[in-house]
Design a binder for this molecule. Structure first.
Ligand code: DX5
Ligand code: ZN
Length: 222
């Protein structure tokens, strides 16, 4: 079954603990925290303090997406704050292999993410070392953006590539996923769907929004 990672970027930060609890009760599988530095992406969001606040609000695994330059400077701090999965961007991390190894040494699961314009071939030498590949389906930086349709074929190509391998990291997708677009990503082979606006800025409560997302995916897959 497809897993859902609820991105708190669109949550009400004044009620963060409650919003995370609603996502947990509503059936989210992970809490996704978007860390942005105003350099790698044109927005600034959360640091270790916020990850730690999320940690104290849930027993779900924290899926921490680092959209920051030279993430190796901060992986330890985010791990100490309570991150379970630490995903770094290929484009932001010149010593990717070292950073991924470091994340594992710290006891977290390493992930690598690709921007929409980065080809899958960038993964070639790192796939053996990561537990997760995160395919961006928007240009990272903001919640509530539109799903880039050509990414569906990229997800499908990665799915075929992973299926040929013995050791298979999980395939996560992130950006613009809602009841209309998430089924496309799921059918193309995503294991984990990240959703922010579709969960925390929907016209229904958080739990209902998560159910609606799952139902849309099940319907189109069945
Ligand atoms: C975008 C972030 C996403 C974002 C997804 O840069 O990485 O995780 O929060 O939000 P939606 O689902 O609203 O596109
Ligand atoms: Zn994200």
């Amino acid at each position: 079954m497809i897993r859902i990672s609820a991105s708190i970027l669109s949550a009400d930060f004044a009620r963060l603990g409650e919003q995370i609890a609603e996502a947990e009760q509503g059936g989210a599988d992970y809490i996704h925290v978007d860390v942005m530095d105003g350099m790698f992406v044109p927005n600034i969001t959360a640091g270790p303090v916020l990850v730690n606040a999320a940690r104290r609000s849930t027993s779900l695994p924290l899926d921490v997406h680092l959209m920051i330059e030279k993430p190796e400077r901060y992986v330890e701090a985010f791990r100490e704050a309570g991150a379970d999965i630490l995903t770094v961007h290929y484009e932001a991390c010149p010593h990717l292999h070292r950073t991924v190894q470091r994340i594992r040494e710290l006891g977290a699961s390493p992930g690598v993410s690709l921007n929409p314009s980065t080809p899958l071939s960038a993964l070639e030498e790192i796939l053996d070392y990561v537990d997760l590949v995160l395919i961006m389906t928007v240009n990272p930086g903001f919640g509530g953006q539109k799903y880039i349709d050509t990414m569906t074929a990229k997800i499908a190509r990665l799915r075929r590539w992973l299926d040929e391998r013995e050791r298979r990291p999980v395939l996560e997708v992130d950006g613009g996923l809602n009841p209309e677009t998430a089924p496309k990503a799921a059918r193309a082979g995503a294991d984990i769907i990240v959703a922010g606006a579709a969960i925390f800025a929907a016209d229904v409560p958080v739990g209902a929004a998560i159910r609606r997302l799952r139902e849309a995916i099940a319907l189109k897959q069945g």
